[in-house]
Ligand binder design. Structure first.
Ligand code: FAD
Length: 344
């Protein structure tokens, strides 16, 4: 016997969790089914190296979540369920074999001075980029956040065109298609500055010569300087735990070790799910699958629209990212020279 609910969510990554919080706060009865033993998807924390050392499994930068409309609407309730951030004002830095280093701070004067230490020209460029960032960010984040349909993209393109003109719009398109190396080589002269920023292209799986990768070094550098970086207090899973508690407080359930193997359908509508143990759960209003397109194709058996199904099947993920976590028994034997009194 299964208890029917209004909405079933497949997977308990943070997108499912946020969606379930949203629906539960509007009175929907929700149930999430997660194949792993714990919720969170890419946002979980644990002792993955040695006992006593907690690491984030994958995502650790919670800035997008902290700045989201969802968090804005639910901040107080999530905080009451334990959500706590640890903002970092010095979000990232690179150390070089020649003993020098460069770090981005949320203090613009300090960051610019550090860059000036490598190149006067690059410091002037940095100031120009910093001043232009609010306008540029609006257009770039608009493109990255736009729904992938012709209407939304055309309407955004028209808005950008009216604001920036033909030349400005083409400059934006060109920038969005550039590789990290092409943009960094055209923009800066210091190899130290280029290398510090290029790391963020690699973080997003864009090797130096992969087209489309320039935007990430740019955004991370500018956003890191403008807002710093928001980390989870005690680990990124602070956000996962708080959302699970919010769902449970509103009567919802997060079932773990519960793989969904199929989506039940009737008269062209999704009506429920089948779990790996054969249990069928019905949903009165919606089945929401937060899984990759190819997995959705398997769960539904396809839509019957050949073009759509072929596109879902052909979906490919970017190359996998590898993170190395170190458990350290002390701080590294290094301190930024500017933090040592009397050093320059
Ligand atoms: C190494 C790494 C580092 C990252 N760092 C950051 C970062 O610092 N900041 C940032 O903003 N983003 C980061 N990201 C990206 C971010 O983590 C993802 O965009 C985000 O986690 C996606 O959330 P999601 O809920 O859509 O999916 P996921 O987190 O992938 O969750 C999907 C869940 O669905 C479950 N599932 C799938 N199929 C089924 C099924 N059939 N039945 C039941 N359960 C199922 C999965 O087990 C999984 O738990 C990083 C990603 C990676 C891989």
């Amino acid at each position: 016997m299964t208890q029917d609910v209004d909405a079933i969510l497949i997977g308990a990554g943070h997108n499912s969790l946020a969606c379930a919080c949203h629906l539960a706060s509007r009175g929907w009865r929700v149930a999430l089914y997660e194949q792993n033993a714990e919720p969170g998807g890419a946002v979980k924390s644990g002792e993955y190296t040695l006992p006593g050392f907690r690491h984030d499994w994958a995502a650790m930068n919670l800035s997008l979540f902290a700045g989201s409309a969802f968090h804005g609407d639910n901040a107080a309730e999530l905080a009451s369920h334990g959500l706590a951030f640890a903002p970092a004002g010095n979000p990232f830095a690179s150390l070089f074999p020649d003993g020098r280093w460069l770090g981005i701070s949320n203090n613009v004067t300090l960051t610019t001075a550090r860059i000036r230490g490598f190149s006067e020209t690059d410091a002037a460029t940095w100031t120009r980029l910093t001043e232009a960032f609010p306008d540029e960010a609006e257009a770039i984040i608009g493109v990255l956040g736009s729904p992938m349909n012709l209407r939304a993209i055309s309407s955004l393109g028209w808005k950008i065109w009216r604001r920036r003109g033909g030349g400005g719009t083409l400059d934006l398109v060109r920038f969005l298609m550039m590789s990290p190396r092409a943009w960094l080589d055209q923009t800066f002269e210091s190899n130290h500055v280029k290398a510090t920023l290029a790391a963020w292209g690699m973080h997003l799986d864009f090797a130096p010569d992969v087209a489309g990768g320039a935007v990430f070094p740019y955004l991370e550098a500018m956003a890191g300087q403008a807002f710093g970086m928001v980390l989870g207090q005690g680990g990124a899973d602070t956000m996962t735990k708080a959302m699970v508690k919010m769902i449970e407080a509103r009567g919802g359930k997060v079932h773990c070790s519960a793989q969904v193997t199929g989506i039940e359908q009737s008269a062209g509508r999704a009506t429920g799910v089948t779990l790996a143990d054969g249990t069928v759960v019905r949903a009165e209003k919606a089945v929401i699958a937060n899984v990759p397109p190819s997995a959705l194709l398997k769960l539904t058996g396809g839509t019957g629209n050949t073009r759509h199904d072929a596109a879902m099947k052909g979906f490919q993920h970017a190359p996998g990212t590898m993170m190395i976590h170190l458990a350290m028994d002390g701080l590294p034997d290094w301190i930024a020279p500017e933090l040592v009194p009397g050093a320059c």
